[in-house]
Design a protein around this ligand. Structure first.
Ligand code: NAP
Ligand code: ZN
Ligand code: ZN
Length: 351
């Protein structure tokens, strides 16, 4: 297949810095759109993958799955987009489209595995997929989202992963008025979880390791804040929450958080630390508690979330960086030193 060379930023090895490189993008086929990437969010999954923390990275790796841009070309079978439209791409660019989950509109749970925007199996070029830290991307229109016109574009990018990854479990577990919902870890995902749970009408309780985030958590929409390192504070809040969304990227004692659930409550993990999280039997048994997980969200859910955010004027709190600052940004992300999502101004790659 004919390909185009595109400038990108990526890494060649787990311990190497990200640097500028060239990658191939396929020709636009009938159902494809070409997107000129304007902004790309920096997810902790980008860092886990660049550094091979999940032991499945194929190098070179070009991360980035919080993509917003403008359509520059369309295939002749494209019906949902035209040149000049705003468009967005999240964590998936395709799936098998035939299994029971794909047919049910749950492509993220595709039996064959959804095709991830980066480090996925590129069925067109036969290599790994390359993500949004690049000038342009070519994607089948079925996996491309419409962007509300009223939102700040840079601050919209993080909705494509952090937004939908928190939206999907909040909707699945029917979070809403009358419920006390805990959000653990106020990073990119967590801060979106707070905003979305609040907008869905829940009573929101932030659980953080960072005393410095207490005031901010309230500004983001939290009704209460629990400091997880304060054992007395945790004990005083035992058995108070209906649902907990755990957005933590590193090792943590899951039993301490399960103790906050009411009987029949659910703790859903979206955070994906490298090592297993040991669960004590008696953290679950006495209160018939559920320990669950959730991955990203479907294309339909992503559009639903974007439309909801457009209507309620919800975006991410961001720090805009140039692509040349990405290695420094990863170091700061590891320290929790970002309020609350780095977004790359992709114009910096073009200069
Ligand atoms: P992030 O911005 O780095 O936020 C992680 C937060 O976790 C930190 O801000 C911190 O919040 C808390 N934290 C860090 N170390 C901790 C520790 N040792 N104990 C307790 N809390 C700790 O990361 P992110 O981009 O939001 O991503 C979070 C996780 O979700 C990552 O593992 C990422 O790979 C994963 N993820 C999963 C999916 C999915 O589909 N399931 C999608 C996207 C991302 P406080 O300062 O408030 O404690
Ligand atoms: Zn992500
Ligand atoms: Zn499938």
């Amino acid at each position: 297949m004919h390909t185009h060379t595109v400038k990108a930023f990526g890494t060649e090895a787990p311990d190497a810095d990200l640097k500028q490189m060239n990658i191939d993008r396929r020709e636009v086929t009938s159902k494809d759109v070409e997107i000129d990437i304007l902004f790309c969010g920096v997810c902790h999954s980008d860092l886990h993958t660049a550094r091979n923390e999940w032991h499945s990275t194929i190098y070179p790796n070009v991360p980035g799955h919080e993509i917003v841009g403008r359509i520059t070309r369309t295939g002749n079978g494209v019906t949902k987009f035209k040149v000049g439209d705003l468009a967005a791409v999240g964590c998936m660019v395709d799936s098998c489209r035939e299994c029971e989950y794909c047919k049910d509109g749950l492509e993220q749970y595709c039996e064959k595995g959804n095709i991830q925007t980066y480090n996925g199996a590129d069925k067109h070029l036969g290599k790994q997929t390359f993500g949004g830290y690049s000038e342009r991307i070519i994607v089948d229109e079925d996996f491309v989202l419409h962007v509300p016109e009223n939102l700040d574009l840079a601050a919209t990018a993080p909705l494509l992963c952090a937004g939908v990854t928190t939206w999907s479990p909040l909707k699945h577990w029917k979070v809403g008025p009358g419920q006390k919902v805990g959000i653990v870890g106020i990073g990119g995902l967590g801060h979106m979880g707070v905003k979305l749970a609040k907008a869905l009408g829940a009573h929101v309780v932030v659980i953080t390791t960072s005393p410095s985030k207490v005031a901010d958590a309230k500004r983001l929409g939290a009704d209460e804040v629990i400091l997880s390192k304060d054992e007395n504070h945790m004990k005083a809040n035992a058995k108070t929450l209906h649902f907990i969304l755990d957005c933590v990227s590193a090792q943590h004692d899951i039993n301490a958080y399960l103790s906050l659930l009411k009987t029949n409550g659910t703790l859903a993990l979206v955070g994906a630390p490298e090592q297993p999280l040991p669960v004590a039997a008696f953290s679950l048994i006495p209160g018939r508690k559920n320990f669950a997980g959730s991955t990203i969200g479907s294309i339909a859910e992503t559009q639903e979330m974007l439309d909801f955010c457009g209507k309620h004027n919800i975006t991410s709190d961001i720090e805009l960086i140039s692509i040349q600052q990405i290695n420094e940004a990863y170091e700061r992300l590891l320290k929790g030193d970002v309020k609350y999502r780095f977004v790359i101004d992709m114009a910096s790659l073009k200069t």
